[in-house]
Ligand binder design. Structure first.
Ligand code: NAP
Length: 254
């Protein structure tokens, strides 16, 4: 029997690359994002698998539960949950719009947490399932000029690694994908395309492939690319104050 993967942020960048990978492997799909039209267009390209579109703004409180309820209503069993939707913003904390930053916390943290919570209940009943949470190399140090974004990704990493331990001995795996700069729409949305952070960006197809393979192997954490791995390792051993200074430098214009 074919399995089903639910992917948030499925109509662009990494999410869309995940869609293609799962479809290639014969998974049915549940696609979630705000732009339903783009999701419908993606749906049209697949004939051999069932594709369910859920148009939802996950930055609205309660939206994640509504996604779960819709999936339940349609009697879909989600075997793989990919919490991918997320965004960042460049700028000083006190100068950025507070509502946008709260929306970021709601999407990057709360929606990811709620979706994990609800779908995990069902995975536990079946004692099988995979969860892929998309964090970032931002998870490894404080990020001046993107303070909330970095903090949200630290949360994703910490939360996901804790779950790995709670779920040890079960048939459920939780993998955290930590990409560095990647060519998607993220750079434009976050306004970081002209920063040093984006001097070198990886290909989205390659990044998604690394995340997908790691998830399938049930790996705990995967950092994409040699430079990003080195950076994350460096951040582990440097004083936090110095790591924060480097992150601030990287957020500066090229
Ligand atoms: N690209 C990078 O450099 C990079 C690096 C590290 C980590 N990441 C992480 O990778 C993940 C995917 O981002 P991406 O790089 O692929 O960026 P992207 O191309 O901008 O894709 C973001 C996706 O999230 C969806 N989304 C945004 N806000 C949403 C909301 N409120 N409710 C539901 N869906 C929403 C978007 O669709 P709609 O706009 O239609 O809603 C889109 O499908 C994010 O978690 C990001 O933080 C990216």
């Amino acid at each position: 029997m074919k399995k089903t993967a639910l992917i948030t942020g499925a109509n662009s960048g990494l999410g869309y690359e995940f869609v293609k990978r799962f479809a290639q492997d014969g998974y049915h799909l549940v696609l979630v994002a705000r732009s339903g039209q783009k999701l419908e267009e993606i749906k049209k390209t697949y004939k051999d698998i069932q594709v369910t579109v859920i148009q939802k703004d996950l930055s609205k409180p309660g939206a994640a539960k509504e996604v779960f309820d819709e999936v339940e209503k349609q009697a879909i069993t989600v075997d793989v949950l990919v919490n991918n939707a997320g965004f960042g913003l460049l700028g000083k904390f006190d100068e950025l719009d507070i509502q946008k930053q709260l929306d970021m916390i709601q999407l990057n943290i709360a929606a990811l947490t709620e979706l994990t919570y609800y779908f995990l209940q069902n995975m536990k009943k079946r004692n099988t399932g995979r969860i892929l949470n998309v964090a970032s190399t931002a998870a490894f140090q404080p990020g001046p000029m993107m303070s909330i974004y970095y903090a949200t990704k630290s949360y994703v990493l910490s939360f996901s690694e804790a779950l790995v331990e709670e779920l040890s001995g079960t048939g459920i795996s939780v993998t955290t994908l930590c990409p560095g700069a990647t060519k998607t729409n993220f750079g434009t949305v976050a306004a970081v395309e002209n920063t040093r952070m984006f001097s070198r960006a990886m290909d989205s197809e390659e990044v998604a492939k690394i995340g997908y393979n790691a998830m399938m192997k049930g790996k705990r954490v995967v950092i994409t690319g040699g430079m990003n791995k080195a950076g994350a390792l460096g951040a582990k051993f440097l004083p936090r104050s110095l790591a924060a200074k480097i992150a601030k430098y990287v957020a500066g214009e090229k």
